[in-house]
Design a protein around this ligand. Sequence first.
Ligand code: GDP
Ligand code: MG
Length: 443
Amino acid sequence: AFEGLTERLQKAMEKLRKKPKVTDADLRETMREIRLALLEADVNFAVVKDFVKKVREKATGAEVLKGLNPAQQIVKIVNEELTVMMGETAVALEKAPHIPTVIMMVGLQGAGKTTTAGKLALKLKEEEHARPLMIAADVYRPAAITQLQQVADSIDVPVFEEGTNVDPVQIVKDGMDQAHANHNDYVLIDTAGRLQIDEKLMDELAQIKELTHPNEILLVVDAMTGQNAVNTAEGFNDQLDITGVVLTKLDGDTRGGAAMSIRAVTGKPIKFVGEGEKMTDLDVFHPDRMASRILGMGDMLSLIEKAQKNFDEEQAQETMEKMRENTFDYNDFLAQMDQVTKMGPMENLLKMIPGMANNPALQNVNLDPKQFAHIKAIILSMTPEERQNPDLMNPSRRRRLAAGSGRPIVEVNRMIKQFNQMRKMMKQVTNGNFNGLQNLMGG
Ligand code: GDP
Ligand code: MG
């Protein structure tokens, strides 16, 4: 998802990257391109207008941050405003003070209600050891109940159903009785959908709402439908006062408009996103992470911010300079490692680097502090000359380092390879060249 948008936004901002100073005209041009990119991605017109206005105000008033070039600053502002636009922080599921918590799944036909009900039930089972009951209240398509049964069987969750000849409101009533009797802690109601919002559907949903007083009315919308998803959300919200949205099919070729407009248009949070057909493909929606993803940059900005907070200002400046000039050497690497250790667990930091969070090559990397000590040992076995000139590392020197540090040669080679990749990456980051960076990371 979002490839087109990501590329356009990056292009818009890349033009700024070599400029030491951003003029009003530059900013106007960038904003124009961002505006077009968002409109093309099917973001709601009013939302785009408001967004562009906010970014322009912030960018105009922005102070020159030490260590960040103009392009990076604009990226930072765009990222922050995208995050705000999508709701700022993740919003958790509401819970009933007394069991069961009732979750009503609503939405148009084919949006993903049944699938999402299953995914959610599985999540609750795994995270809270919950004992959910699912109620089959879609009686209009004969296959609907069978489908829910299959979904429920695959995750080992019971279904309450009364066939297709009973009124859905009655089914829900009977299902609630069963949930009370069995002490189920969650009830997920799988309701019917239509191809379009109609009065009969809304009436039925309103009756089920009236009957069960659900803690959540989750509207499931298909991200692929762009503006239609936003209109659907508006329609359902007007009639049912939904509590949240689940955006499905984000794994598909969606342009991003729905993800970016729904919160701003309806005022209701996106709570989950569906990213595939499997039962495990449901994630909590994090506006900040989504913004970074749209910008195609991992969580680079949090990393920059974290670095600014923790790093000694002068040394950070010096490092930036070295990164820019590509003279970053093993001495700097050592100093950085000491700084980085102050910043917290390495895994968290790595995930913030563009392309890293989802990079399969890194899925199995296990970074324990011992590894840090080993890397340090290898670098400390280098001569001062080697530390200053990373290009000297030929095979015989590598063998000597292995012997000196007591580490296997493969580990020495790996460390050197990683260091060289890091150097290359740093150069790209400081140039604001996120495209190149993504290519480098295989993203
Ligand atoms: P309902 O009519 O709203 O109950 O929709 P369903 O749950 O039956 O889903 C319709 C289709 O969309 C099914 O083929 C699902 O497998 C598929 N689907 C649902 N969520 C996702 C998702 O997040 N990603 C993908 N790729 N497919 C999904
Ligand atoms: Mg269904």
